[in-house]
Ligand binder design. Structure first.
Ligand SMILES: [Zn+2]
Ligand SMILES: [Zn+2]
Length: 295
């Protein structure tokens, strides 16, 4: 059974509609992983609204069952949820996963953003069945997928997820400041070297992935002004992808200040960096509407 990854929102921090972002899109984080009828959704940024509309069309009135895996609950990862139309239909069912046994933090915070001070519809008015679930000890089987999680470096905590099915692997790892976990931070003029000291558990988590969707928000020029904000420069993400020997790297969570041309340039630099190290990884910029067949 084939499975697919589709990008519904690839922008970081805040939506960026307009002519500058036509190519990569302006919606915030939302990635769909599906192997019909299995439906897994990574994050509910504004891209989730359009996924909801698409599901209504695709499912043609059939009940919808989906599994939500939120990296964390910063606004740009949850703000599409109140506009996810399938959540209003009593025939539908959605599970919201915590990352450890009994962890309902995400489920509870999702309902918080729909308090009447913030949104006109109360969480309790969502007619679908929405229930908490969890990944137990950090690993669970969800509709034929093996799903694991690992904690990332981000203010207030964020988690990456690895999905495996039929020998193929996809890792979703956004909102992560890689430079702060490196034992050998970048030095000006230093030649790139993928054998940098990333934490071994992180490299192992990503090892051999067919697709890594990773936080590559900043260019090398931008990053020094954003240290501690919880995001990575794309060049460090490339080094991690090489260290973990991933096949394809989708640079994700583009900075809202970056136009399509800026993202193009960022990706060109990533490709050059990978090539200088003799790496075989295929690097591209995650863009809204792109669908990839994985298995
Ligand atoms: Zn974010
Ligand atoms: Zn965040």
């Amino acid at each position: 059974m084939s499975w697919f990854v589709k990008f519904w929102g690839t922008r970081g921090s805040i939506p960026t509609p307009g002519p500058q972002s036509r190519k990569y899109g302006g919606n915030t984080s939302c990635v769909e992983i599906h192997a019909d009828p299995a439906l897994l959704i990574c994050d509910g940024g504004t891209g989730l609204r359009e996924l909801g509309m698409d599901l209504l069309k695709r499912k043609k009135g059939e009940p919808i069952r989906g599994h939500f895996l939120f990296s964390h609950t910063h606004w740009d990862h949850i703000q599409g949820f109140p506009f996810f139309v399938p959540a209003y239909d009593p025939r539908n069912e959605f599970l919201v996963y915590g990352t450890s046994r009994g962890d309902r933090r995400t489920f509870d915070l999702l309902s918080g953003q729909m308090r009447s001070e913030y949104f006109p519809v109360e969480f309790s008015e969502l007619r679908s069945r929405i229930a908490p679930a969890d990944l137990g000890d950090g690993h669970a089987h969800v509709e034929g997928f093996s799903v694991r999680c690992v904690e990332l470096k981000h203010p207030g905590r964020a988690f990456a997820f690895a999905f495996e099915k039929e020998g193929k692997k996809v890792v979703y790892a956004t909102d992560n400041e890689l430079d702060l976990v490196l034992a050998d931070p970048d030095q000006p003029g230093r030649e790139p070297n993928a054998r940098r000291s990333f934490p071994e558990p992180l490299v192992e988590f990503m090892r051999g992935a067919d697709l890594l969707i990773g936080d590559g928000q900043y260019t090398d020029e931008e990053y020094p002004h954003r240290i501690g904000w919880g995001h990575s420069r794309a060049s460090t993400l490339v080094d991690l992808a090489l260290a973990a020997e991933v096949r394809q790297l989708a640079v994700f969570h583009h900075d809202p200040m970056q136009s399509d041309r800026d993202v193009d340039r960022k990706i060109d630099l990533c490709r050059e960096r990978a090539a200088r190290q003799g790496g075989k990884v295929v690097v591209f910029g995650a863009r809204e509407g792109l669908e990839l067949r994985i298995g």
